[in-house]
Design a protein around this ligand. Structure first.
Ligand SMILES: CCC/C=C/C=C/C(=O)SCCNC(=O)CCNC(=O)[C@H](O)C(C)(C)COP(=O)(O)OP(=O)(O)OC[C@H]1O[C@@H](n2cnc3c(N)ncnc32)[C@H](O)[C@@H]1OP(=O)(O)O
Length: 359
């Protein structure tokens, strides 16, 4: 099947909207200009490679990816993997504190189609302002976590970008890439910690997604692949920007991103991409929910302030980060949560017994 997919992708690359393209191959707009190339010559050449070949039409099918929020009472998974059971068991009053989002397009290996790229933004924008929610668990339905970008649904956007001239085409393409970057940046911008649980394959866009999450878990059978070079792209929606600080070794990041080799769970654990490896998906989801429950039981002022300051310090100097922290806590230290937590500690109570207000 993969062969068919590759053939189809090549077919799209070579033939999409072919009749509208001028022939012979037009000059690459980036050639002979100063400054960074918005359209690299190689991409331009590939885009026009089929200009002189016989024409074909490709129908790109639109198939839905669904992000399922498990808080939905109609979700069949709620009973086994929902926030009510999990948080109720641990937090007493913690209904709705742990929200779960699932990439739900199992028959297509959770390939990220158009619907996915916007639903992620909607989903995390809602979660960000949901005062009940304190932690999010992201997982994938079916055989694997995700096969990455939907090669059939998405390729036309990038292979045949629109615009009246090269400046406008580049402008549109830049805006499009920035939009797709936001799909994963929303995870990082969401103040609630996000735990991601990976089973089976995590390919291409999947690595972009998980590097924007706060805690990564996987199953023994999981593997990770920065696949973009294999489809002719420099990964552009987060992996190259976030993976170096996740793993630490730039040499390893370079190796993975330049060769697209698979990294299996044992190496993912050793290099720090994931913090825990579980024997199977069931154990991993139970572990993810337990971890989420631990986080959800603590002061949301403390937890969300911790996430925001950790991300800030990743991107700034120690001096700047300390300054930011001082400004942050000059208001946040005034929370009633400090007093409540300190009192619980003196009374040798668990934070889980403390009723913190919503945030
Ligand atoms: C938009 C901003 C920029 C983002 C860039 C992101 C880039 C990337 O993500 S690069 C990575 C692209 N992905 C791939 O190259 C993976 C391709 N798929 C596979 O290698 C295999 O499908 C996989 C190993 C994931 C699973 O193999 P398995 O044998 O379990 O399943 P299959 O029979 O191959 O597939 C089942 C059906 O799923 C469809 N499918 C799988 N992957 C994709 C995909 N990436 N895009 C679209 N559709 C996919 C596949 O066509 C099968 O459908 P059907 O034939 O209708 O049953």
């Amino acid at each position: 099947m993969l062969d068919t997919l590759k053939k189809l992708f090549k077919f799209v690359v070579l033939n999409l909207h072919r009749p509208t393209l001028p022939s012979p191959i037009p000059a690459c707009p980036s050639q002979g200009r100063r400054g960074p190339d918005l359209i690299p010559a190689a991409l331009h050449a590939r885009r026009h490679a089929g200009d002189r070949k016989p024409g074909h039409r490709v129908v790109i099918t639109h198939i839905y990816t669904r992000l399922r929020q498990f808080g939905d009472a109609n979700s069949p998974e709620t009973a086994v993997f929902g926030p009510r059971e999990e948080s109720g068991a641990r937090g007493g009053n913690s209904h709705g504190r742990v929200k779960s989002a699932q990439l739900y397009r199992p028959e297509k290996r959770n390939a990220m189609n158009r619907a996915f790229w916007s639903e992620m933004v909607e989903c995390f924008s809602q979660i960000a302002v949901d005062a009940e929610c304190r932690v999010v668990v992201v997982s994938g339905a079916g055989k694997i976590f995700t096969a990455g970008i939907d090669l059939m649904d998405m390729s036309s956007d990038f292979i045949q970008p629109v615009g009246d001239d090269s400046a406008r085409t580049s402008w549109n393409l830049r805006r499009l890439i920035a939009k797709y970057q936001e799909t994963f940046s929303v995870i990082e911008k969401c103040p609630k910690p996000v735990v991601v649980a990976v089973h089976g394959a995590c390919i291409g866009g999947g690595v972009d997604l998980i590097t924007a999450c706060d805690i990564r878990l996987c199953t023994q059978d999981a593997w990770f692949q920065v696949k973009e070079v294999d489809i002719g792209l420099a990964a552009d929606v987060g992996t190259l920007q976030r993976l170096p600080s996740v793993i630490g070794s730039r040499s390893l990041v370079n190796e993975l991103a330049l060769t697209a080799r698979k990294m299996y769970s044992d190496e993912a654990k050793t290099c720090g991409l994931v913090s825990r490896v579980f024997p199977d998906k069931e154990a991993m989801l139970a572990g993810a929910l337990e971890l989420a429950g631990e986080i959800a039981a603590r002061s949301p002022v403390a937890v969300q302030g911790t996430k925001i300051n950790l991300i800030y310090s990743r991107d700034h100097s120690v001096a700047d980060s300390l300054d930011y922290m001082a400004t942050w806590n000059m208001s946040m230290l005034q929370t009633q949560d400090v007093l409540k937590s300190a009192q619980a500690a003196i009374e040798k109570k668990s934070p889980k017994e403390v009723p913190f207000s919503k945030l």
